[in-house]
Design a binder for this molecule. Structure first.
Ligand SMILES: [Zn+2]
Length: 46
């Protein structure tokens, strides 16, 4: 059985591979938000 999952970050449907949030390392988010978090983390490094 397939579950349709919703990204808790943007509220959109999870398409493709989910990403794990860097915030707590366990929340599954959509790949778009995963990419955003990765970019934010990169930016925050200076
Ligand atoms: Zn998302």
């Amino acid at each position: 059985m397939r579950k349709r999952r919703i990204c808790p970050k943007c509220g959109g449907p999870m398409v493709g591979y989910p990403a794990i949030s860097r915030k707590d390392n366990q929340t599954e988010i959509c790949s778009t938000c995963g990419l955003k978090e990765a970019l934010d983390a990169y930016k925050n490094r200076g």
